[in-house]
Design a protein around this ligand. Structure first.
Ligand SMILES: [Mg+2]
Length: 177
């Protein structure tokens, strides 16, 4: 079986959507939802706002109620029949997130065993045939085939095969019906 490793934030979990809703309700900003989905928040927000946002991300509970990306549950379940699936999330920067992230995976992806969940720093440590991730920095470090999952912060990247949603992941990795 080929090994397929899935990133968590902005691949399995719609983390960007939650950040946008926090910015729109709690931050002083002239940006609208469309602006916040057009490029990386790092480019759009003031450094002080980024610091405020990082504090929110590092608060207990932030990762507990993030929505699952549309179509991810069904497709990941089907993928689990054809691939050795792993989830790898580079979450060491936010240690407060560990329990919330682990519980979230157990809730929405109960068929992925704990043995196949990796909380890491650099994804260069991941040994896998494929890695599906929204950050080029993770794909650059990875030694197998990297697939880029579209997100506002990677829309201009051209160096990797790209999928825009879970339907496209399904088309790319699953056999035809
Ligand atoms: Mg991610």
């Amino acid at each position: 079986m080929l090994r397929l490793t899935l990133d968590m934030d902005d691949v399995l979990a719609n983390t960007h959507e939650k950040l946008v809703s926090i910015i729109l309700s709690d931050f002083e900003t002239t940006l609208n939802e469309k602006d916040l989905n057009s490029k990386s928040l790092r480019e759009l927000l003031h450094p002080k706002q980024l610091t405020k946002l990082n504090k929110i991300i590092d608060s207990p509970g932030f990762f507990a109620d993030i929505n699952v990306m549309d179509g991810a549950q069904e497709t990941v379940y089907k993928l689990s029949k054809y691939y050795e699936l792993f989830v790898a999330t580079a979450c060491m920067e936010f240690p407060t997130s560990f329990k919330d992230k682990f519980d979230w995976l157990k809730k929405f992806f109960p068929f992925i065993p704990w043995t196949n969940i990796v909380f890491c720093g650099y994804k260069s440590i991941i040994q896998s045939d494929y890695l599906l991730d929204d950050h080029v920095r993770n794909l650059v470090a990875f030694k197998g085939q990297g697939i880029l999952f579209s997100a506002p912060h990677n829309l201009k990247e051209t160096a990797y095969k790209r999928v825009s949603n879970w339907n496209e992941v399904s088309e790319l990795f699953l056999p035809i019906k």
